[in-house]
Write a protein that binds this ligand. Structure first.
Ligand code: URA
Length: 425
């Protein structure tokens, strides 16, 4: 076989066989297919797409390029959760211990943030001492003992995804359904959980800009999961505004703690209860939203979270420490009305420029900086009301201030707002 023939076949709209896909992916990982041919192939897929059969073969070819974790030593239905990326998305920090507080094991490998989107690992690393690198044995032992662990993805899993994602990132081939679906599902399949909740974000701050595309991506991923015997549900969630109140690593940990102490906003608190109900059902545990709310705000989720932080070396005193950002800039409403838009992408980029995110993979982070919104879409405001606080280490550049203010849209009509758009199972 020759890579050039496979690129040409896909470029001309053909369907690759399972053997051709296997050959291409294993050749890419062993170095016999160079980056430039793989980029051309990714671009051909971008324009011509892939059938469901090709997407499944690609996913399984990618899984085969690394180890697969065996979680069978942990009793019960092991659950996992994945988000396709968001701004202010601290859901995993709360959902994982909440689900574990019902005795359902959560074995989760998470990633880092890039660009305007944040990553769970970065948020956890803002806690002094917290270790995200654990051996497989320690990971499994921790889930056996306390029911939950969140660690960084092992380098030994899905080698093809690491290489291909880096290539897609610099060749404008990230946002295409078969490549996203195979990237996400190869990692989830290799990570070994029996049941997977997929949070597929849609809107300005997400890869999927329309509900229609989010539905297609969800259906593809759910079908891939089911084909390999994993119970899989996708929830399409709104990422047109940042999720919850905080963007930024330490600030998001603090918001997660507030939610687990019953002091979070009602919208994100209710959203997390709904996600937990779906994840628990995947593990055959039926709980009412009231039961779940009780565990979330009544201390059970927080106790499990603290247990996880301590088990992974995190300092429980540092966990509750406020952000040490030296400068807090208040953004006020410029007129009376309702908040109609808070574009997630714009605020994600502002937070990134403050140091809360990475423009490129090698950037280091300022864990303390970021944004806390006091008002969200749908909230009424009077001129002069506090809309947001910006946390930074230096006095804010005038441009950041102006950009921020410009993106807080206030109008006369109260916008409807709902976090869950659709559930695909
Ligand atoms: N998240 C992933 O893990 N892979 C993608 O391709 C996009 C989002």
């Amino acid at each position: 076989m020759r890579a050039v023939d496979l690129i040409q076949k896909k470029r001309d709209g053909g369907e690759l066989s399972s053997q051709e896909i296997d050959w291409l992916i294993s050749g890419y990982v062993d170095g016999s297919v160079p980056d430039y041919q793989m980029s051309a192939f990714a671009m051909a897929v971008y324009f011509k797409g892939m059938s469901m059969r090709e997407t499944r073969d690609l996913t399984m070819a990618m899984v085969a390029t690394g180890e697969q974790i065996d979680l069978s030593a942990i009793s019960g239905i092991k659950t996992d959760k994945h988000s396709t990326g968001g701004v202010g998305d601290k859901v995993t920090l709360i959902l994982a211990p909440l689900v574990a507080s019902f005795g359902v094991p959560v074995a989760k490998m998470s990633g880092r943030g890039l660009g305007h989107t944040g990553g769970t690992l970065d948020k956890l690393e803002s806690i002094k001492g917290f270790q995200i690198e654990r051996s497989q044995e320690d990971f499994i032992k921790q889930v056996q003992e306390i029911g939950v662990s969140i660690i960084g993805q092992s380098d030994k899993l899905v080698k093809a995804d690491k290489m291909l994602y880096a290539l897609r990132d610099v060749t404008a081939t990230v946002d295409i359904i078969p490549l996203i679906a195979s990237s996400v599902m190869s990692k989830k399949i290799a990570a070994g959980a029996d049941a997977i909740l997929l949070d597929v974000t849609v809107g300005d701050g997400a890869f999927m800009k329309t509900v229609e595309d989010a539905e297609k991506l969800s259906q593809t991923m759910v079908a891939l999961g089911k084909e390999v015997g994993r119970k899989t549900v996708a929830v399409i969630t709104n990422m047109s505004q940042p999720l919850g109140q905080a963007i930024g690593n330490r600030l998001e940990v603090l918001e997660a703690l507030q939610i687990m102490q019953g002091q979070g906003r009602q919208d994100i608190t209710d959203f997390i209860c709904e996600l937990a109900q779906i994840m628990l059902r995947l593990a055959n545990v039926d709980k009412t939203l009231e039961d779940i709310h009780q565990n979330l705000v009544g201390g059970a989720a927080l106790a499990k979270f603290e247990e996880m932080i301590a088990a992974q070396g995190g300092d429980l005193e540092d966990l509750y420490r406020p952000s040490s950002a030296a400068v807090i800039t208040c953004i006020k409403a410029q007129k009376d009305g309702y908040i109609t838009e808070l574009p997630a992408l714009e605020f994600g980029l502002i937070a990134m420029r403050l140091g809360a995110g990475r423009a490129v993979k090698t950037d280091s982070l300022d864990y303390e900086s970021g944004i806390v919104f006091e008002k969200k879409v749908g909230d009424a405001v009077s001129k002069g009301d506090l809309v947001a606080k910006i946390y930074s280490h230096e006095i804010l550049d005038k441009k950041v201030h102006t950009d921020f203010q410009k993106n807080v849209k206030i109008g006369r009509v109260q916008a409807e707002n709902s976090e869950i758009v659709k559930i695909i199972s």
